[in-house]
Ligand binder design. Structure first.
Ligand code: AMP
Length: 285
C-alpha cells in the first residue's frame, strides 16, 4: 500500500489505473479506523481491482466549538489496518492541500441538508458535500463506499452524485456494531464507562421499533413514543431527535410505507451519537 499526499499525484494514479481497464473503489474516511471502516475497505477490495482510502479530518464539516481539535487520530495504526484490509492507496492530504488560501467554492444539497442532523449542525453537510465532491474529482473511481451508519450523509451524497453527474456508483455498507449493539464510531472513545453502557439505549430503542414494526405497527407516533420511552429510561442519554422518514428524500412520515428510515441522534457525555435502521415495508395486497 502506498501513502499519497498530493491530489494531482493521486488523480494521475487513478486515471492510469482506469486507462488500464481497472475498477477503482473509493472509501472516504476521517481515520481512527474501527471495524466499520474496515468493512467498507474489505468490501471495496472484494469488488474492485484497486482500492483508494482517503483519510482527511475535514475541518469545514466541524462547527466552531465542535471536536475538530480533539477528534481522535492514529496515523500509524490506520496505515497498517488499511494495508491489512487490502487497500492499494491511502490518500492522506494535509489541510493546505485540500483548502489552499484562495479556496472559495462550496457544494450544498438543499433540503436534505437542513433536516435531522442538519438542524443541530448547520453547515455540517455543506462541508461534507464539498469535501466529498473534491474527493470524487481527486479519486475518479467507478464506485464509492459509504456506511449506512451515516444515513443522512448517504442520502446527501447520493443526491449530489446524481445532481452533479459524478458518474460514480454509491454503494452502502451495513452498520457494524459492538456485541451489545452500539454502532461503531470513532467518537465512542469519548464515552466514560457508565456512558458507554447507557449509550446502548440508541440501539435498544431501534430494536424496540423493529419489534413493533414486525408485529404490524405502522403508526409513526406510536413508534416514536416507544423509542422515546427507551431513551428516557437512561438519564445519561439526551435525545436530540428521532426521525421517521422516507429513506431517499428524508420526508417525515406519519404512516410507515415504502423504504423507511428511522434515525436518531443523542448526546451522551462529551459524545454526540447517531444510529438508524432501514425498513422495507411490504406492499399491502
Ligand atoms: P468517518 O471516518 O466517521 O467519516 O466514516 C467514514 C465512513 O465509514 C463513512 O462512510 C461512515 O458512514 C462509515 N462508517 C462509520 N462507522 C461505521 C459503522 N459503524 N458501520 C459501517 N460504516 C461506518
Amino acid at each position: 500500500m502506498e501513502v499519497i499526499r498530493e491530489a494531482a499525484e493521486m488523480r494521475r494514479i487513478v486515471e492510469l489505473a482506469r486507462a488500464r481497464g481497472k475498477t477503482v473503489g473509493l472509501v472516504p474516511t476521517m481515520g481512527f479506523f474501527h471495524r466499520g471502516h474496515l468493512e467498507l475497505m474489505r468490501r471495496a477490495a472484494r469488488e474492485c481491482d484497486e482500492v483508494v482510502v482517503t483519510l482527511f479530518v475535514n475541518p469545514t464539516q466541524f462547527a466552531p466549538g465542535e471536536d475538530l481539535a480533539d477528534y481522535p487520530r492514529d496515523f500509524e495504526s490506520d496505515r497498517s489496518r488499511a494495508e491489512s484490509a487490502g487497500v492499494s492507496y491511502l490518500f492522506a492530504p494535509g489541510p493546505g492541500e485540500m483548502y489552499p488560501e484562495e479556496f472559495a467554492t462550496t457544494v450544498e444539497v438543499e433540503g436534505l441538508s437542513s433536516v435531522m442532523c442538519g438542524k443541530e449542525r448547520p453547515g455540517h453537510f455543506k462541508g461534507v458535500a464539498t469535501v466529498v465532491a473534491k474527493l470524487f474529482n481527486i479519486v475518479p473511481a467507478q464506485v464509492a463506499y459509504f456506511g449506512q451508519k451515516d444515513a443522512q450523509q448517504l442520502a446527501i451524497i447520493r443526491a449530489m452524485a446524481r445532481d452533479l453527474d459524478f458518474g460514480v456508483e454509491i454503494r452502502a455498507v451495513p452498520t457494524q456494531r459492538e456485541d451489545d449493539g452500539l454502532a461503531m464510531s470513532s467518537r465512542n472513545i469519548y464515552l466514560e464507562p457508565d456512558e458507554r453502557e447507557a449509550a446502548t439505549a440508541l440501539f435498544r430503542s431501534l430494536a424496540k421499533a423493529r419489534g413493533l414494526i414486525e408485529s404490524g405497527e405502522r403508526n409513526a407516533s406510536v413508534i416514536r413514543e416507544a423509542i422515546g420511552e427507551v431513551i428516557s429510561a437512561e438519564p445519561l442519554v439526551n435525545l436530540e431527535y428521532v426521525s421517521i422518514c422516507g429513506n431517499i428524500y428524508l420526508e417525515p412520515l406519519s404512516e410507515l410505507s415504502g423504504e423507511v428510515l428511522i434515525a436518531l441522534a443523542a448526546h451522551v457525555g462529551k459524545a454526540r451519537l447517531i444510529d438508524n435502521m432501514v425498513f422495507e415495508m411490504e406492499l399491502e395486497a
